[in-house]
Design a binder for this molecule. Structure first.
Ligand code: RUQ
Length: 560
């Protein structure tokens, strides 16, 4: 059974798209929109709630999961409760927030500037507040210990300005932002899962001259991409690896030995035609132990204060596994064995077995020998989530579907057995990028929920103008079949989310600030220097051209 049967009576979007190619005039109004103006899907939805699991969270009840959403160019991280899908909080990071003062207060401005490179800090001095005014968050991820979330931090990348931010989960505030030198953009970003985070792996998506000092402008033979490992405790770049091709998405294994990234521009092209010229690109595998040893024994070049290791073809530090043209998402299965590279321009996903990587690095097998399955799923496979029963869920961007498939069946089909690894496809609305299963990127994947983060919501909500909200759809995966149970509009552009069971944060998130929290340390220090007792003094200190106002408020009174 390859297709969802919920919509059998209706024309499928794939047919609509096909029809449109033959004669677009007949379907003005777009995807399945009838003359009533009510979307076809809404008309055909069965009365009452689908799905076996309860999604209502009654007044006074709490959600079972925290969802941490990125927000694309909005620059913040959002916390949503699941399954209610109620938005609980926004954490400003790369943006400016009038409600909380982020981007205005001394504390936030310090965090926004202290981790930038000296050149960027200098350049930004001429701008408002001396900080970047935005960012582009793609991938929020929680810190790990022993293969599962440990509730310490959430990390988020800024693709636009090559920054990595850390959010303290006890207060749900950002406490560190760094800019990564020698690379341009951070796209794929993942924490080390084992033994702990440890490293944050950050992909430099675009090839640039290294060092990028303005001397090389158009000689692309001198352009390289960089894979960075940031120490999550100190928020310092531990090491970088220079690679052939570019780096899109990344993930790490459950053994602490390898990280791997997709490359869609092995050609080092600068035009679309050049970038998609080859039949195959590759997955780059990084050998963490060998790289750490290289740093210890000095096999690197120091560039802008960071040890940069040469991981291009022929080096002992990397291996390049050919896969079909332009892979995108990179996802390690909770079984700790399988790693999925999602095809994007190819209809396939490529499954590798991490247990074979040692042999690959010892040159006992060839790169393609680590591939154990390559099922054809549909058009535009971008990202894959997992349950705890050996199933995978892949978003199909062009088909606007989520494809559920079975890892074991895919391996058997790869060996030549006549089995179909596809279990079910369900329509989503529309154009899904990431999806995420509850606890699905940890060894504690629980197979309960799947979120499909769809880029377009056309016809799914009251019309709020030409700019449509996006649509985060909640899918119940606890049964044999996926069931769509909730549509959730969201503002541009969440991209990705992680679903964390609330037990991982229970007792960790505080409700009252501690007086000695480092977040306010500078103000406390300044007050002491001014001879002010913060808890009870209300004073104005004039210090040359600076005026410091100390005051407290206890509703309805303010102290000054
Ligand atoms: S990666 S769809 Cu696919 Cu940044 Cu967002």
């Amino acid at each position: 059974m390859a297709h969802d049967d919920a919509d059998k009576s209706k024309i499928s979007r794939r047919q609509v798209v096909g029809t449109a190619a033959i004669g677009a005039a007949g379907i003005a109004g777009g995807f399945g929109l009838g003359n009533t103006g009510v979307p076809a899907t809404a008309q055909t939805r069965p009365a009452g709630r689908a799905g076996a699991q309860k999604i209502e969270v009654a007044p006074g009840e709490l959600d079972e999961y925290y969802v941490f959403f990125s927000s694309g160019q909005t620059g913040e991280v959002r916390i949503v409760g699941m399954p209610s899908m109620r938005e609980l909080m926004r954490i400003p990071v790369f943006n400016r927030c009038s409600a909380t003062g982020w981007g205005e207060t001394n504390e936030s401005l310090k965090i926004l500037t202290e981790g930038l490179t000296p050149e960027t800090r200098e350049r930004l001095k001429r701008r408002l507040n001396g900080v970047w005014q935005n960012g582009d968050c793609h991938h929020p991820h929680m810190s790990f210990t022993d293969g599962t979330y440990d509730g310490r931090y959430v990390f988020i990348n800024d693709k636009a300005n090559t920054r990595l931010a850390r959010i303290r989960t006890d207060i749900m505030k950002c406490d560190k932002i760094i800019e990564i030198p020698n690379q341009y953009t951070i796209h794929g970003m993942r924490p080390q899962k084992y033994p702990r985070t440890g490293y944050l792996f950050c992909n430099g998506e675009y090839e640039i001259p290294i060092p990028n000092d303005g001397k090389v402008l158009d000689d692309k033979s001198k352009y390289w991409s960089i894979f960075s490992a940031v120490d999550g405790d100190t928020m310092k770049v531990a090491w970088q690896v220079m690679v052939d091709g570019n780096l899109d998405n990344t993930d790490a294994d459950y053994q602490g030995k390898y990280a791997f990234s997709t490359c869609y521009n092995s050609e080092k092209g600068v035009t679309l035609a050049e970038m998609t010229a080859s039949e195959q690109d590759w997955v780059t595998i990084f050998n963490i132990k060998r790289i750490e040893d290289a740093v210890k024994k000095g096999d690197f070049k120091e560039i802008n204060g960071v040890p940069v290791i040469d991981g291009r073809h022929g080096s002992p530090y990397t291996r390049y596994v050919p896969v079909s043209n332009s892979p995108h998402g990179m996802n390690t299965a909770p079984d700790g064995i399988h790693v999925v590279a999602n095809g994007k321009l190819a209809p396939t996903v490529t499954v590798m077995d991490v247990r074979l990587f040692d042999q690959l690095f010892d040159d006992k097998i060839k790169p393609r020998d680590v591939v154990v399955a390559e099922p054809e799923l549909g058009l535009g496979p971008l990202h894959t989530g997992f349950d705890n029963k050996g199933n995978a869920y892949t978003t199909l961007f062009l088909d606007s579907q989520v494809c559920k498939w079975n890892l074991d069946l895919a391996k058997r089909a790869f060996k030549g057995e006549k089995v179909n690894p596809i279990v079910q496809k369900i329509d989503v609305h529309y154009q899904p990028g990431h999806n995420h299963a509850s606890m699905g990127e940890t060894k504690e994947a629980d197979g309960k929920w799947l979120l499909s983060l769809n880029k377009f919501s056309k016809d799914r909500f009251l019309n709020a103008g030409p700019l449509k909200p996006e649509n985060d759809q909640l899918i119940d995966i606890s049964g044999d079949k996926m069931e769509l149970v909730h549509d959730g509009p969201s503002f541009a552009e969440p991209h990705d989310a992680v679903i964390v069971h609330r037990s991982k944060l229970e007792g960790k998130v505080i409700s009252i600030w501690k007086r000695d929290d480092p977040f306010f340390a500078d103000a406390v220090k300044q007050a002491a220097a001014d001879g002010v007792v913060l808890e009870k003094d209300a004073k104005v200190i004039r210090d040359g051209k600076k005026v410091r106002v100390y005051m407290y408020s206890s509703a309805p009174a303010i102290a000054l």
